[in-house]
Design a protein. Structure first.
Length: 82
């Protein structure tokens, strides 16, 4: 029986660890996660949204050759787009 691969398990595992560490160490990431939780996202959805945000930041940094800057990645008081 053939199974369809829905997601890359290695990437998902890295994303879980990356966001778990970021929630403890980065205030901007924690604020973003908390805003998503207040908006009604469950823990996994908020964590997945944070990981997608990090991937976008990583892509931007690789494309432009710039270093990661938390104040640019997570500006203060962003409205939540549902």
């Amino acid at each position: 029986m053939l199974q369809r691969k829905i997601k890359n398990q290695c990437l998902a595992a890295v994303g879980y660890l990356w966001t778990f560490a970021a929630l403890r160490l980065l205030t901007g990431a924690r604020a973003h996660y908390d805003r998503r939780r207040v908006a009604g996202d469950r823990h996994t959805a908020a964590q997945r949204h944070l990981f997608n945000r990090f991937l976008g930041c990583l892509y931007y940094c690789l494309q432009t050759g710039q270093c990661y800057a938390e104040d640019q990645a997570f500006p203060a008081a962003q409205p939540i787009a549902a």
